[in-house]
Ligand binder design. Sequence first.
Ligand code: NAP
Ligand code: MG
Length: 399
Amino acid sequence: MTDKIQMRTPLVEMDGDEMTRIIWQLIKEKLICPFVDLKTEYYDLGLTKREETNDQVTIDSAEATKRLGVAVKCATITPNAARVEEYNLKQMWKSPNGTIRAMLDGTVFRAPILVKGIQPVVRNWEAPITIARHAYGDIYKNTEIRVPGAGKVELVYTGADGTEIRELVHEFDGPGIAQGVHNLDASISSFARSCFKFALDTKQDLWFSTKDTISKKYDHRFKDIFAEIYEAEYAQAFEEAGIEYFYTLIDDAVARVMKARGGFIWAVKNYDGDVMSDMISSAFGSLAMMTSVLVSPTGVYEYEAAHGTVQRHYYKHLKGEETSTNSVATIFAWTGALRKRGELDELPELVEFAGRLEKATIGTIEAGEMTGDLARITTLENPRILTTEAFIDAVASRL
Ligand code: NAP
Ligand code: MG
């Protein structure tokens, strides 16, 4: 074998928890390090280390990502009450993904990995549909009241100089409910720029949909900000790249998505993204075949798998039982990061390696060798169910 592929700038490596932490190690050892002289700046986001550093390690890893530009992240535990007890935590640390997303001001793009033999439920979907979900505001930062009885609910804005805007929400005759939601021009603008940038990067059309016919100020503002930024900053680049930006109503978009062949990015508001990404991922086959990348408006990238730490499998592993955990989305997080690093540093060999590793992974599954989750849904006859490690070995030997 020739010398290993060299890297110029290190990747920010964010290690994680449980089953995915084990997979992480296997991927590096068997699929990457034999071929690439891997350079990373390592941050251990495993819960033990977060506890030890009072979560400073998460903040440091996000700072490093801003500085170096490309990160790859393993799935991590978001602590809940049970985890506080299990890990004897000082406090219920916040979700690392939430912390990193807030610091990078990013948008999350989720795309399914397609392989022959795992058919989307929607027959005409031939290429991936990528969901871009705005990650700030709307009902996720709402204020609600349960209206006890007759009376009026108003929206009141008081400016810094004391000027007031007052709108009647409703004159209630009896009990009911009301809520106030908000968003920020700055956040919507970041969302728009991340979407336009990602569309250019991946050479895919961009769709954006809201309900501006009904929400004439709120949703309309999203539509206007996207249109203004597109015209001023991206229209020409889109034309040169031969891709299209188009806005349509959310209900029209849903109808079109069901009839489309795929191969585009669908940008949506926070709630729509929450709902639609689960619809898209389950209709494409499996959460374990979904990649996720956080893109900041300044062009910083963090790649990860869309699934969690697969706790149930990890506990089996701890008991010494065999596991068959799907490593595909985590492999693709690595290839996404390596490819992006290769593009930024102009290292065609690294870009090419990322492609080869993806091909070897897909080829392994298409040859009938896969983990249990895929074997259950494949249309291939007599799939061979491999253990977590045997699947990675099969990819390695193909590579
Ligand atoms: P999960 O790890 O996504 O797993 C849920 C179930 O989905 C598994 O039990 C398994 O089903 C199946 N599954 C998911 N990924 C799989 C894979 N790669 N291969 C095979 N099957 C897979 O979600 P969870 O168990 O609800 O959460 C565990 C931990 O992950 C939690 O502490 C949560 O906070 C964290 N989490 C982290 C992230 C992140 O870092 N991005 C995202 C979500 C959740 P079967 O058991 O039926 O085989
Ligand atoms: Mg959801």
